[in-house]
Design a protein around this ligand. Structure first.
Ligand code: G3I
Length: 317
């Protein structure tokens, strides 16, 4: 459908930038697909476990931990000299079922134990953690998560303080989607980060997921938005970039997608404190998009056969 350019044309992504350049990965693909593992190892120097560190995965049954997927990914990164973005500690989604039975009085200590246990296990091996994930609704009000409802506004500061204590070497991030441009949601996030900084809460960075879709346009004010957060004295990072298109792909759609990825990449590089550019998966062979948005897909830099797409060659000509 499009010309396949050898990925070796200009060197792997990780070698053409002084940012961390990463991808979400799944432990099962890493174990079973040699080509997947080899492209990941060649192109990227940061890895984010796509699901393996989420609460519902590591502690499906209360008090019984399953670290197998997370351990496998961390082990891979240690052997291959990759950095890790830990994902994610306090998130309303993919929670274990038993959380429904945790009373309000108990929840604070349960969250503290979760943060302390998970961060403690990988202490010194995780460069950055998504401590609080997706805490805002799109209108900029706080999401009515179990944490917000039962613990109130203070859960965010508490989470960051517990995280700092658990692994002082890790950079601590708040992470969200639809916050890439200037809008009500990014304003709310900005105001929160400003307040947390003023209060001395240990927050080091803000993650912008960047799950884009060509039919909604490129987020307005993207670079200015990154810059205003950086001016608060935090790092910023693109943490989950992908650009979905209506299926099937054609050259026009793939070119639009390429221009979106290029704008994301360039905006990050224009802001000195944008330290990381991570994509949410790297191959259309495996992506969350078609499951969540039927009829849309092909959101990654590489096709299903791991050939670089126009988006890749636009970033890395
Ligand atoms: O592993 C089970 C499998 O055993 C079972 O047979 C199957 C049946 O549905 O489910 C499998 O688990 C799925 C898991 O992905 C692994 O594939 C879950 O159902 C599914 O809900 C889960 O989706 C993940 C989603 O987060 C959950 O909200 C996606 O893979 C993952 O890409 C997505 O990632 C999120 C980030 O964490 C936060 N930001 C948005 C991003 C995209 O939604």
């Amino acid at each position: 459908m499009w010309n396949s350019t050898p990925a070796s044309a200009a060197g792997p992504l990780k070698d053409i930038t002084n940012r961390y350049v990463g991808s979400a990965v799944a432990a099962n693909h890493l174990a079973s697909e040699v080509d997947y593992r080899s492209v990941l190892t060649r192109e990227f120097d940061n890895v984010t476990p796509e699901n393996e560190m989420k609460w519902g995965v590591v502690e499906t049954d209360r008090g019984q931990y399953n670290w197998s997927g997370a351990d496998a990914i961390v082990d891979y990164t240690q052997r291959n000299g990759k950095s890790v973005r830990g994902h994610t500690l306090v998130w309303h989604s993919q929670l274990p079922g038993w959380m429904n039975n945790v009373g309000a009085g108990e929840l604070r200590s349960v969250v503290q134990r979760h943060i302390t246990t998970e961060m403690g296990r990988y202490k010194g091996k995780i460069r950055a953690w998504d401590v609080v994930n997706e805490m805002f609704d799109d209108d900029g009000t706080r999401r009515a998560s179990v944490f917000q409802r039962k613990l109130g506004d203070g859960y965010v500061a508490d989470a960051f303080r517990w995280a700092r204590a658990a692994d002082p070497s890790a950079k601590l991030y708040i992470n969200d989607y639809n916050t890439e441009g200037l809008n009500a949601k990014s304003d709310a996030l900005y105001n929160l980060v400003q307040t947390l900084k003023q209060q001395g809460v240990p927050i080091d960075g803000v993650g912008f997921q960047a799950h884009l879709a060509t039919q909604y346009g490129f987020p307005g004010g993207y670079q200015a938005n990154l810059a205003r957060f950086a001016a608060l004295g935090v790092d910023v990072a693109i943490t989950e970039a992908d650009v979905r298109i209506p299926m099937p792909p054609d050259s026009t759609k793939l070119n639009t997608q390429a221009s979106y990825f290029k704008q994301l990449w360039d905006g990050c590089h224009a802001v000195a404190r944008c330290v990381e550019f991570t994509t949410w998966g790297f191959t259309d062979r495996h992506s969350w998009v078609p499951d969540t948005f039927p009829g849309q897909g092909a959101a990654c830099l590489f096709d299903t056969n791991l050939r670089p797409k126009p988006a890749y060659t636009r970033i890395n000509p």
